[in-house]
Ligand binder design. Structure first.
Ligand code: UDP
Ligand code: MG
Length: 139
């Protein structure tokens, strides 16, 4: 099993607020290597599939609508201990609770519009990367 990759998205607020360059720079300076990257937009259907794990949560409907409201950047990243280290550099889900210097503290606007996604396990990193990229689009 691959344990050195994770998956991220720059969410619609990150793009809309002009932070995509700064966020990618932050990620690269933290030692992550970009394996695959795609600028695209989720439909309500595909956003619903991506977040299906949260289907029963009260915020699901709003989250799906928000995530399909504008373009996103989907990225597969590589680094030793990628999943855990990436969660550390993005910070807590709620930007008001995120540590200083984290991506969400620096660039996020709210608990929903929180600038970036980060996979929570090696297994989900693989599932989420495969959701956006085919074998031919990756190294
Ligand atoms: N979210 C939300 N309200 C909440 C919790 C989460 O809108 O109370 C959104 C937010 O965009 C978050 C996503 O749902 O990033 C997925 O939630 P999760 O608990 O997996 O947080 P994450 O892993 O992104 O930190
Ligand atoms: Mg999560």
């Amino acid at each position: 099993m691959t344990t050195n990759r994770t998956f991220t998205m720059i969410k619609p607020d990150g793009i809309e607020n002009g932070y995509s360059g700064a966020i990618l720079d932050h990620i690269l300076k933290a030692g992550f290597k970009i394996i695959a990257m795609k600028y695209t937009r989720l439909s309500p259907e595909t956003a619903g599939q991506f977040y299906a794990i949260h289907k029963e949560r009260p915020f699901y409907k709003d989250l799906v609508s928000y995530m399909s409201s504008g373009p996103i950047v989907a990225v597969i990243l590589e680094k030793e201990n990628a999943v855990e280290d990436f969660r550390t550099i993005i910070g807590a889900t709620d930007p008001t609770k995120a540590a200083d210097g984290t991506i969400r503290k620096l660039y996020a606007k709210s608990i929903e519009a929180n600038a970036v996604h980060g996979s929570d396990s090696n297994e989900n990193a693989a599932i989420e990367g495969n959701f956006f990229f085919s074998m031919l689009e990756r190294f």
